[in-house]
Design a protein around this ligand. Structure first.
Ligand code: GDP
Length: 550
């Protein structure tokens, strides 16, 4: 419900950009930040200038592993209204599933980026299922329309067949592959032609005659899909009348928020085609914090629950979703405020740890700058400096308020472990401190030491995950270490199970339908994970690694 206090939230969008690695998530995010005016040069991702990739090694590896939240402003091209778009970065690599889970928890909607020459790839499917599990409404962006082999139809049919979702194309490409010239907006019935690859020269016009038949057919299908979810559009449809643009937008929005339809757009992030229209669609179709279900809190020592609707005047309920070591200010705790207002200099209660903590400074992160703010209100995301104990998934509430724990983040069990020792014996203690700090930041990273042999082992989500942490140990804590051969970290207890189809059959608990399952795994080349021989394995293992039982 919108009240005077919550009216600002109608112009807020908290979104994630999710994709298979290499589909173009980083490029799309970068272009979005560029067009929202916060970055001034478009860096080539793999040349080390990507704005969202903070850490040195991410740039070297060309992958994004942090889930920072960046605030941008966007003025809708058709309505001229200004919106705040918070972009929560989600990683594309499967080893960082926990990072995806974290971001799914705190975002209200997502843009799923596909490579239109590849269609739906295994990892896009994994991310899509995760979004399903968290009930995240989505729009799809069929990227790389300029690439050889690009096909909008392929993406549409893959969404239908591989993801089992109903795609609602709201655009149609003018040309494909090297001939990709522009985009037809099926909702507003306008053609956007890009005369160069820099995004500087865009003409808007009527739809060229040659596309009219296709456009009529596709728009009719879109109106029919909208009618299925909206009574007003349905009434008009039955009377043979066309809805107005506003009615059509509202109906598609309704269907998207209810996750009944998935608008599909197309473009080429690299060639600066379609990014502005994508931002307009984020505003048009993805929900504001007022349109998603209120987060639920469980009252300590009772069966009772409490809902926290987005309201800056309500009781404080915030979730810490990412801890980052920052070279300038120390420890940064990224938080999403669900309800109430978090003020700098105030005291909060960390209900997960049972500790009172002081909030130092509050930061709103932009692509190229950080802004000190005195408060973060319901629906906002930002970073806190000064929290010493908060970890990923911790609930922060008002000091003195009733103790509640917000529905937290699922932490998958590590799947692989390695023995580790410092190259120089004298570094043993330093290594211990470094590893412990890294483990505090990342709940899927575990450090164990065998009291008898004194051997230290580290466990994580995959070889690349551990490789990156060993690399960080060297860079940030100046400890060079040798590691042993990877071993599978057997999980005696599975917390989530998937069947061969990749469906989650059980979501939580210790023993369940499948009891204890031992898994046999065979390592693939570094970084690509394992093939699991059992049909039923832990929920963090994506389907592409599951070999059906013989
Ligand atoms: P991510 O792994 O999903 O973050 O993907 P990146 O944004 O790093 O892109 C992967 C590769 O695809 C890079 O070489 C990009 O330059 C390239 N790429 C991204 N978008 C496009 C596009 O629209 N067209 C073409 N042809 N290449 C693209």
């Amino acid at each position: 419900m919108t009240t005077k206090a919550t009216s600002y939230l109608t112009h807020f969008r908290n979104i994630g950009i999710a994709a298979h690695i290499d589909a173009g998530k980083t490029t799309t995010t970068e272009r979005i930040l560029y067009y929202t005016g916060r970055t001034h040069n478009i860096g080539e991702v793999h040349d080390g200038a990507a704005t969202m990739d903070w850490m040195e090694q991410e740039r070297e590896r060309g992958i994004t592993i942090t889930a920072a939240a960046t605030t941008a402003k966007w003025k809708h091209s058709a309505t001229g209204e200004e919106y705040t778009v918070n972009i929560i970065d989600t990683p594309g690599h499967v080893d960082f599933t926990i990072e995806v889970e974290r971001s799914m928890r705190v975002l209200d909607g997502a843009v799923a980026v596909f490579d239109s020459s590849q269609g739906v790839e295994p990892q896009s499917e994994t991310v899509w299922r995760q979004a399903d599990r968290y009930g995240v409404p989505r729009i799809a962006f069929s990227n790389k329309m300029d690439k050889t082999g690009a096909s909008f139809e392929l993406v549409l049919s893959d969404i239908r067949e591989r993801l089992g979702a109903i795609p609602a194309p709201i655009q149609y490409p003018m040309g494909q592959e090297s001939d990709f010239k522009g985009i037809i907006d099926l909702v507003r019935q306008r053609a956007h032609t890009y005369t160069n690859d820099l995004g500087t020269d865009i003409t808007e016009s009527d739809i060229p005659e040659q596309y009219m038949d296709k456009v009529r057919e596709m728009r009719a299908a879109l109106i029919e899909a909208a009618a299925e979810v909206d009574e007003d559009v349905m009434m008009k449809f039955l009377e043979g009348e066309e809805p107005t643009v506003e009615e059509l937008v509202l109906a598609i929005r309704k269907g998207t928020v209810e996750k009944k339809i998935f608008p599909v757009l197309c473009g080429s992030a690299l060639k600066n085609k379609g990014v502005q229209l994508l931002l307009d669609a984020v505003v048009d179709y993805l929900p504001s914090p007022l349109e998603v279900p209120a987060i639920r809190g469980h009252i300590e020592d009772s069966e009772e629950t409490r809902d926290f609707p987005a309201d800056p005047e309500g009781k404080l309920a915030a979730l810490a979703f990412k801890i980052m070591a920052d070279p300038y200010v120390g420890r940064l705790t990224f938080v999403r405020i669900y309800s109430g207002t978090l003020s700098s200099g105030s005291y909060v209660f960390n209900a997960s740890k049972g500790k009172r903590e002081r909030v130092g400074r509050l930061l709103r992160m932009h692509a190229n700058s950080r802004e000190d703010v005195t408060e973060l209100r319901a629906g906002e995301l930002g970073a806190v400096i000064g929290l010493k104990d908060a970890g990923t998934g911790n609930t922060l509430i008002g000091d003195g308020d009733e103790h509640v724990l917000l529905e937290s983040i699922d932490v998958p069990e590590p799947v692989i472990k390695l023995a580790i020792e410092p190259k120089t014996k004298a570094d043993q203690d330093k290594m211990g401190v470094g590893l412990q700090r890294l483990a505090e930041e990342d709940p899927t990273f575990r450090v164990e030491s065998d009291p008898e042999s004194g051997q230290t082992t580290i466990a994580g989500m995959g070889e690349l995950h551990l490789e990156i942490l060993v690399d960080r140990l060297r860079r940030e804590y100046k400890v060079d270490a040798n590691v042993g051969a990877p071993q599978v970290a057997y999980r005696e207890t599975i917390t989530k199970a998937v069947d061969v189809e990749g469906k989650f059959v059980r979501q939580s608990g210790g023993r369940g339908q499948f009891g204890h399952v031992k898994i046999k795994a065979e390592p693939l080349p570094p970084g690509s994970g394992f093939v699991f021989e059992n049909a039923v394995v832990g929920g963090t293992v994506p389907r592409e690694y599951v070999k059906p039982a013989q």
